[in-house]
Design a protein around this ligand. Structure first.
Ligand SMILES: [Fe+2]
Ligand SMILES: [Fe+2]
Length: 322
């Protein structure tokens, strides 16, 4: 059984204190949201025969490149990891508050992301679906227990970064893949826009945490911001798939760098004053993160050599990338 320690309890109290803010942000979030459903977006246009629609879709989808297919597979798996994330949020946010309302709303929205990508993969046949489903099964079964899962503040730093990262990855995959098959562009732009709105929510919540408890918030942010491990990290072939996505210009260390810079600016990390020594050290550490990420990106690009890939989920078809 999980028994929170004193530090965690204090942090949970700060979060409980933010309930009115959550209420406001949720209202703003729902006011802007256009609620869509997978089967509406994937449906045959009016006056089109559904069988002919699927046939045409499969023909057009044949043009979708291997790197885009790999990105679709990885993005689908990331979305299908939702139960892991629901658990992380549900642990801290209690059951009878606006927080649980948010967690449930967020989960309901996210659940459509995995569903629409899975259904698209099924309709278009761009991936080997039984392989994809097996990967998803293994990923679920493996669980996800990052070391930060006992720190509610770190959970919010992570979700801020992760929502933005998935937004970028979906949007760029959509741009590449829709060259041949426009429906995937529509699908991914709907998903990406929702990730953008989630990002707005989480970054604002963390801004309020930072206001209320700057020293501890700074320490938590300094632990997460240097790098985020995507939840599928231990999945077979995850690293190779991530490498393909970087080479394709869909998502890589430069995108992560940009996300970190944006959040440092939004949270005005450098302007937080009145910190104690621990807080100041964490602040300095965060301010040094972009330069470090820049070096990592440079190094990765310099070392990168042309390489051939093939994945069971993408028909074992070999493809070369620079
Ligand atoms: Fe999502
Ligand atoms: Fe999201």
């Amino acid at each position: 059984m999980y028994i929170p320690n004193a530090e965690t309890i204090a942090k949970m109290e700060v979060l409980a204190d933010l309930e009115p803010v959550v209420d406001e942000l949720m209202e703003a979030h729902e006011a802007k949201r256009i609620l869509w459903f997978p089967s509406e977006i994937l449906a045959a246009p009016p006056d089109t025969d559904p069988d002919a629609h699927v046939k045409g879709l499969r023909e057009r989808a044949r043009g979708i490149s291997m790197p885009s297919r790999v990105a679709l597979a990885l993005n689908t798996l990331t979305e299908e990891g939702l139960p892991h994330f629901h658990r992380l949020l549900a642990v801290y946010l209690g059951n009878e508050s606006f927080w649980s309302k948010w967690t449930n709303l967020w989960t309901a929205e996210e659940d459509r992301h995995g569903a629409i990508l899975h259904d698209y993969a099924h309709d278009s046949q761009v991936l080997v679906n039984p392989v994809l489903e097996r990967m998803q099964f293994e990923y679920m079964k493996a669980g996800f227990a990052p070391e930060w899962d006992r720190d509610p503040y770190r959970v919010f730093v992570y979700t801020s970064l992760q929502e933005r990262a998935t937004q970028v990855s979906h949007a760029n995959t959509g741009k590449l893949a829709s060259e041949y098959e426009p429906l995937i562009g529509t699908v991914l732009s709907h998903v990406a826009k929702e990730e953008a709105r989630h990002y707005v929510f989480y970054r604002e919540i963390f801004a309020r945490v930072l206001e209320r408890d700057p020293n501890n918030a700074m320490v938590s942010a300094a632990l997460i911001m240097p790098s985020i491990d995507m939840p599928g990290l231990n999945m077979p072939h995850f690293r190779e798939m991530a490498d393909v996505i970087r080479r394709a210009g869909i998502y890589g260390p430069r995108d992560y760098l940009k996300i970190v810079e944006d959040l440092i600016k939004f949270w005005a990390i450098d302007a937080v004053d009145g910190l104690n020594e621990m807080g100041r050290k964490a602040q300095e550490k965060i301010m040094a993160v972009p330069a470090r990420l820049e070096r990592v990106a440079d190094m990765m690009e310099t070392r990168s050599r042309a390489k051939t890939f093939s994945f069971a989920v993408a028909f074992e078809r070999e493809f070369a990338m620079d």
